[in-house]
Design a protein around this ligand. Structure first.
Ligand code: OGA
Ligand code: MN
Length: 289
């Protein structure tokens, strides 16, 4: 019998978990330990998980209902709950770098927390590495509890008392500029959330920001909103709050979207293949301050 081993990473967040195969029936006991570790460490790294799409969907479903990603172009044809974070199609060919499908993914290079454009954003995501480039393409995670606790008073004062607009179309505007207006607009995927929140399980407070979806802060002028956001993004992305993951094939990472944000490092997507498969667990309530 395997014993579950949980080792905190030497970083601002994260733990590595060994001794469990996410393909087999994970015992109720191990599942509880994993759920607890997610709350304690915010990001979990499970090495050597050679599992199928169906098994990933199966394991992820233990945590709640799964979301279907808005981009049809990136959905798996086998399992609609799988979002292909990949510069390679299911037929195995690399997308041309200036194609919609390839450029859309460059949006993940900007810090964000998944599906904050929904009224009830995702509680967590799981991402499995199928193919990884020989260099670049690391994923960084930021501990938004620690950021909140160290925020300078001036920024905290604003964050504690304001809401931000999160919009799916804003991602496309960042990536495609004005051309984005000619794509499908998602008027339904725009939401306001407070800039700070308390965690539904622990009640610990955190900043709630998603730089790739926040178009503005409500109640500030356009200029003040931009200046505030730039300042808080710069503060939050300091190394002391961040763990950068260098992927190995078959790593599965799971993270808590309620208190972290993440971003992908640049890689040469014209030359190298990068294929990761994501499942996204729906949240169970709105963002509450
Ligand atoms: C995601 C994402 C991270 C990555 O899957 O939510 O932002 O490493 N991608 O590609
Ligand atoms: Mn993401």
């Amino acid at each position: 019998m395997m014993t579950l081993e949980i080792n905190p990473l030497d970083a601002a967040l994260g733990a590595r978990i060994k001794g469990v195969h996410l393909n087999s029936e994970v015992s109720a006991h191990d599942f509880d330990l994993i759920a607890e570790a997610l709350i304690d460490h915010h990001v979990l790294v499970f090495p050597e998980q050679d599992i199928s799409e169906a098994e990933q969907v199966g394991f992820s479903s233990n945590f709640g209902k799964l979301e279907i990603h808005p981009s049809k172009a990136h959905r798996s044809s086998v399992q609609p709950e799988i979002y292909r974070v990949a510069n390679v199609g299911e037929d195995g060919t690399i997308f041309p770098v200036d194609s919609y499908k390839a450029r859309y993914l460059t949006g993940t290079r900007v810090w964000h927390t998944d599906s904050s454009f929904r009224a009830i954003p995702s509680m967590g995501s799981l991402l499995r590495a199928v193919e990884i480039p020989p260099q670049g393409g690391q994923t960084s995670f930021c501990n938004l509890h620690s950021v909140y606790e160290k925020l300078p008073e001036k920024l905290k004062g604003i964050a504690d008392h304001h809401m931000a607009v999160h919009s799916y179309d804003y991602i496309q505007t960042l990536v495609f500029g004005d051309k984005a207006r000619s794509f499908n607009q998602h008027d339904d995927l725009v939401q306001q959330h407070p800039l700070t929140r308390s965690h539904p399980v622990t009640a610990r407070r955190s900043l709630y920001i998603s730089p790739h979806t926040i178009s503005k802060v409500i109640g500030l002028t356009e200029t003040d909103s931009r200046a505030f956001l730039d300042e808080i993004y710069e503060f939050a992305s300091q190394d002391e709050f961040v763990y950068q993951h260098s992927w190995s094939e078959n790593d599965v990472l799971m993270w808590d979207n309620r208190c972290t944000m993440h971003a992908v490092a640049l890689y040469d997507s014209a030359r190298y293949r990068r294929v990761l498969l994501r499942t996204t667990i729906a949240g169970d309530g709105p963002v509450v301050r």
